[in-house]
Write a protein that binds this ligand. Sequence first.
Ligand code: 4BW
Length: 150
Amino acid sequence: MTDQRRYLLETNVEDIMVPANKVAFVNEENALEHALLILTQSGYSAIPVLDHASHVKGIINTTLIVKAIIGINGYDTQKLGETRIREVMMTDIPRVNAAQTLRRAFELSINWPFLCVEDVNGKFVGILTRKNILAALYQFTRQLGLHEYT
Ligand code: 4BW
């Protein structure tokens, strides 16, 4: 196998992920108003939800929050302070291991804008974004000289 082909297969998730210290996230025990604040301040449409031990519990986004507070008479903004993030978050989400190669992440990123990354102990260590993955693919096509055909 050529060095170029090995590059893609041997790049690990941790080599290209956004590390946890640069990720906006919330704790599952926080109220919805906190998630709304972090989503608004960060500018991201969806972010990871963790527990106190830094385990990934789900993902929260603005749509889920709005759906949780909307009623027949409009928005019940009191619910923003009363409802915990864990009651509203999406829990059926994909995870990848930091030491895995990118192969599985490529497939998952077709349907997910970002993937939560865990270490061997199941602790959250970062996210793998579509941007990271597309950049790795672009690098790969350059190394193979494929961009010269466009
Ligand atoms: O604040 C931003 N800074 C930068 N540099 N790019 C941004 C920012 N907000 C959005 N973008 C761009 C990125 O290219 O828009 C894309 C879609 O953002 P999103 O989904 O809908 O908020 C971004 O594409 P991406 O980098 O591949 O990120 C995919 C998704 O991963 C984002 C967001 O849900 C999540 N994400 C990315 N970086 C994050 C993050 N979540 C928390 N913390 C981070 N640092």
